[in-house]
Write a protein that binds this ligand. Structure first.
Ligand code: SF4
Length: 161
């Protein structure tokens, strides 16, 4: 995905703001609380991060991606993101999640455990609503797209800068 570098710069600036940090901290705490309450089964199968093999996709906003991107100790290159796409998985999957502490909200909510009560979708919707409102407050462009295509845009912008 080609993303105008000026849009990425705005997301990154917004992701560094106190409002973004407070909102994301609040969401992470709410997600952790709900996960504690629901106690989904996780056997570390890696299915949640092997997208194609398990028929699902992770969608996020540009601002959420910027939040994670700005906190990575090592950022993936365009080639590494492309390789992950060919493998059908996430570039951060290395045994387990290699960026666990800064993984985005969607990764914290999704479990491959069955969800008959629909708590995961309800929580994802609630978080998304708050993230969308954050975009409005910070007056930054809203873009909702597949995780690796957003990462590709960020990696390409790093090369260009
Ligand atoms: S960031 Fe981590 S948890 Fe999220 S999809 Fe990638 S490897 Fe999985």
């Amino acid at each position: 995905m080609v993303i105008d570098p000026s849009v990425i710069a705005r997301w990154r600036e917004a992701a560094a703001s106190g409002d973004a940090q407070a909102t994301i901290d609040r969401l992470h705490a709410a997600i952790a609380e709900e996960v504690r309450r629901q106690r989904p089964l996780c056997v570390s199968s890696g299915r949640c991060c092997g997208f194609e093999a398990h028929g699902h996709r992770l969608y996020l906003t540009g601002l959420e991606t910027a939040w994670t991107w700005s906190r990575l100790e090592r950022r993936p290159t365009v080639t590494e993101v492309e390789s992950a796409m060919s493998r059908g998985s996430c570039p951060f999957l290395a045994g387990g999640c290699s960026v666990h502490g800064v993984r985005p909200p969607g990764c914290r909510i999704y479990f491959c455990d069955r969800d008959p009560a629909g708590w995961q979708s309800a929580l994802a919707e609630r978080c998304h609503h708050e993230i969308k409102a954050l975009h409005d407050r910070l007056d930054v462009p809203y873009r909702y797209a597949e995780w690796r295509s957003l990462l590709m845009g960020f990696a390409a912008a790093d090369v260009a800068s």
